[in-house]
Design a binder for this molecule. Structure first.
Ligand SMILES: NC(=O)c1ccc[n+]([C@@H]2O[C@H](COP(=O)([O-])OP(=O)(O)OC[C@H]3O[C@@H](n4cnc5c(N)ncnc54)[C@H](OP(=O)(O)O)[C@@H]3O)[C@@H](O)[C@H]2O)c1
Length: 347
C-alpha cells in the first residue's frame, strides 16, 4: 500500500526558523507517511542550500519514512511572482496539508549602538525581548507601489493563501502564521495600514498578522482549514548577521543568555526551540480543544528546556484590516487578470 502523503509548504525555508520547522516536522511525522516539503526562496542557490541542509538532517534521523522535496521561487514583494507561485501550486498539487507563513522582511538599516547599550544596560530582559535600537527606513515601497514590509509580510502571503485555498480545503489543512512578541497594538496605525509612515514597520506587520488571524480563523474553520497564530520568541536570525562582527555577535549571545537567566521565557536563542510552537500548532494542537483565538509561543526555562506558552491577542480592528486586505485583493485580481488564466483559482 502506498504511504499516506502529506505536503508542507514553508515560506522562507532557508531562514533559521524555516529550516527548523522543516526538521521538527520531519521528526513529528509517522514513519508510514511520505512527507513532501515545498521549499520556497527568492533565489535558486538558496533553495539548493536549504534542501541539502534538510536532507542531511533527515539522513541522521532514525525515521524510515520518505521525505522528498519540491521548490517554488516566490518573491512576496512582487505580485506577479505571488500569482505565479499560486498557479504552480494549483497545477502541481491536489492538496496542501501545511502552510507555514514564515518568511518576513524588514527595512532594517543597522543598529543604533548607543541606544542599544543604554537599553541593554538599564534592562537586559527588555532590551533583548523588546528592542528599539534596530533602525528601520521609513516609506519604502515595492515596484508594485505598496509598502514593502506590508506587502512582503502580510498582503503577499494573504493573497497566496486565498489563491490556493482549494488545496488547503482538500487536505483539511493547517495554516500557521508566524508573528512575534513585538506585535504590540501601539505599532499599528489604522491611518497607515501599508506601514509607510512608520519607523517600526516590521513590528506593525506582525501586529497585522495577529489581526488577520483573528479576523479569518473562523472563516477557515467553516471550510475545514485550521489556522493558528504562533510566535517563536527570540532566536538568532541569519538575516541579522550582516550587522554584527565577531565581538557584537558574542555580545548579543551574552545578552540573550543573561536575559534568559534573569527570567525571560522568550529568549530561546536556538532556532530549533523557536520552531516548537509552529510545529505544535501544525501537528498537535487539537482544534476541538485548543483555542484558536490565542497566540502559541515558543518559550523556554532557564536551562533552555522548551514549553508552549499562550498569550491573549487583542483583536481590536481585525475586521477593519480584513476589509482593507479583501478590497486590495480584488484590486490586484483585476490588475493581474491577464497574467495567468487559472481555472482552479479561488475567489
Ligand atoms: N529572529 C527572531 O528573533 C524572531 C523573533 C520573532 C519573530 N521572528 C519571525 O520568525 C520568522 C523567521 O525569522 P528568521 O529570523 O529565521 O528569518 P530571516 O533570517 O529574517 O529570513 C527571512 C526569510 O524570509 C524570506 N524572505 C525575505 N524576503 C522575502 C520576500 N520578499 N519574498 C519571499 N521570501 C522572502 C527569505 O528567503 P530568501 O532569502 O531565501 O528568499 C528568508 O528565508 C520571521 O517571520 C520573523 O519575523 C523572528
Amino acid at each position: 500500500m502506498a504511504p499516506e502523503r502529506k505536503v508542507a509548504l514553508i515560506t522562507g525555508t532557508n531562514s533559521n526558523l524555516g529550516m527548523n520547522i522543516a526538521y521538527r516536522l520531519i521528526e513529528s511525522e509517522l514513519d508510514d507517511t511520505r512527507l513532501t516539503i515545498i521549499v520556497t526562496s527568492r533565489t535558486l542557490p538558496r533553495v539548493r542550500e536549504v534542501v541539502d541542509n534538510i536532507k542531511e538532517y533527515a539522513g541522521k534521523l532514525k525515521r524510515s519514512g520518505i521525505v522528498d522535496f519540491d521548490y517554488l521561487l516566490v518573491d512576496f514583494t512582487d505580485m506577479v511572482s505571488v500569482l505565479n507561485a499560486a498557479y504552480e501550486l494549483n497545477k502541481r498539487y491536489t492538496k496542501l496539508d501545511y502552510f507555514f507563513a514564515n518568511s518576513a522582511q524588514g527595512v532594517f538599516d543597522g543598529i543604533d549602538w548607543i541606544g542599544a547599550c543604554k537599553e541593554l544596560c538599564s534592562n537586559p530582559v527588555k532590551g533583548a525581548t523588546d528592542p528599539h535600537y534596530k533602525i528601520q527606513r521609513v516609506g519604502v515601497k515595492t515596484r508594485d507601489g505598496m509598502g514593502l514590509v506590508f506587502q512582503c509580510n502580510v498582503f503577499g502571503p494573504f493573497y497566496l493563501i486565498k489563491k490556493i485555498q482549494p488545496l488547503l480545503e482538500a487536505a483539511k489543512g493547517r495554516i500557521v502564521w508566524v508573528s512575534s512578541i513585538m506585535s504590540d497594538p501601539k505599532y499599528l496605525s489604522f491611518d497607515d495600514l501599508q506601514l509607510l509612515k512608520s519607523d517600526a514597520s516590521y513590528e506593525g506587520s506582525k501586529r497585522e498578522i495577529d489581526l488577520l488571524h483573528m479576523a479569518t480563523y473562523n472563516y477557515f474553520k467553516q471550510r475545514g482549514i485550521t489556522q493558528y497564530l504562533i510566535q517563536p520568541g527570540i532566536f538568532t536570525s541569519f538575516s541579522y548577521f550582516k550587522f554584527l562582527n565577531f565581538f557584537t555577535y558574542y555580545g548579543m549571545l551574552f545578552i540573550f543568555y543573561l536575559a534568559r537567566y534573569l527570567g525571560s521565557p522568550w529568549v530561546n536563542i536556538s532556532g530549533y526551540t523557536a520552531a516548537n510552537a509552529a510545529v505544535y500548532a501544525a501537528k498537535l494542537a487539537n482544534p476541538n480543544f485548543e483555542k484558536q483565538d490565542l497566540k502559541y509561543g515558543s518559550a523556554c526555562y532557564k536551562d533552555g528546556s522548551e514549553y508552549i506558552k499562550l498569550q491573549e491577542v487583542d483583536g481590536t480592528g481585525a475586521e477593519e484590516l480584513l476589509k482593507y486586505l479583501s478590497k486590495l485583493k480584488l484590486e490586484w485580481d483585476e490588475k493581474l487578470k491577464d497574467q495567468i488564466t487559472n481555472s482552479r483559482q479561488n475567489d
